[in-house]
Design a protein around this ligand. Structure first.
Ligand code: A2P
Length: 264
């Protein structure tokens, strides 16, 4: 698969795929080269895609690697008939992909006021920006405890997030901080598992706070980042707003921030 074309738009660069890993029949991750001039803040997203004839076919993807890393990681669903993921799921090492030049996004530490606990709440591919944030030393400097949650339909879909958290604890840069400050909470909705149910349900019935050993959400102490489907964002947003949390932005830091994960 090639992105080489005389028509390559100015807004993108052509990058080489370094590695591809398939986690389940619905999820895969890949690593691509990072241009020397490409700067981003941990948690941001960027346009990514392929040439489709003469035109680029691009979608927003959260960057799953930290800002200091040499290469860029991404996490994607596979939609058999999806215009982009239908083709993207068959990429292999040494193929080329298009990468936008201007990353952006709201799931950044700068958009949150100082606090004690940082909750990173995700479903499905929504864990991708948190893969970046939990490898950023600033996260551990700014917060005492960092709790990342991941809810998927099936147990196998939790594997990427679990490996990520295990690896962060061995990381030379943030391993010590992560071991002391980072907690992982996974739940599954369509199979038997130790934590069963949507995160909204487990927050409301207290199971989540009891399991991680914290108190219910309090805007004086807690900050929340939310990334998942439209429905998940709507429902988690309602929960934190009912608890008195104010939404933050780059220009005006607040108590919580949200972002929709890529769907195609
Ligand atoms: P469920 O299985 O009950 O739909 P998806 O793969 O469809 O994006 O879903 C990923 C996970 O997000 C699933 O476990 C799903 O649960 C859960 N989910 C879907 N909608 C919501 C919602 N509105 N609030 C919380 N979790 C949700």
């Amino acid at each position: 698969m090639s992105t080489e074309s005389a028509q390559l738009p100015k807004s993108v660069t052509s990058e080489r795929v370094i590695d591809v890993r398939h986690w389940t029949d619905r999820l895969f991750s890949f690593r691509i080269t990072r241009p020397a001039s490409f700067r981003f803040r941990s948690g941001e997203f960027v346009m990514l895609g392929l040439m489709n004839g003469e035109k680029p076919l691009l979608r927003a993807y959260s960057i799953a690697s930290p800002a200091w890393d040499d290469a860029l990681d991404f996490f994607s669903i596979k939609v058999p008939e999806g215009p982009l993921t239908g083709r993207l799921q068959s990429i292999q090492a040494n193929d080329n992909l298009l990468l936008g030049r201007k990353p952006t996004g709201t799931l950044v530490l700068d958009a949150l006021r100082p606090g004690k606990n940082l909750y990173l709440l995700s479903t499905g591919t929504g864990i991708a920006p948190f893969a970046s944030i939990i490898r950023d030393p600033d996260t551990y400097a700014n917060f005492e405890r960092v709790i990342v949650t991941h809810t998927c339909r099936e147990i196998a879909e939790l594997a990427y997030g679990q490996k990520l958290v295990d690896d962060v604890k061995e990381d030379p840069l943030v391993g010590e901080e992560a071991t002391a400050q980072l907690e992982y909470f996974g739940s599954v909705t369509r199979e038997d598992y130790v934590n069963m149910g949507r995160i909204t349900h487990l927050i409301e019935n207290g199971h989540f706070f009891k399991t991680v050993g914290t108190e219910p959400f309090d805007p004086e102490r807690d900050r929340v980042m939310i990334c998942g489907s439209m429905g998940m964002i709507r429902d988690v947003r309602a929960l934190v707003e009912n608890a008195g949390f104010i939404e933050g932005a780059n220009s005006k830091p607040g108590d919580f921030v949200v972002e929709k994960s890529f769907v195609d």
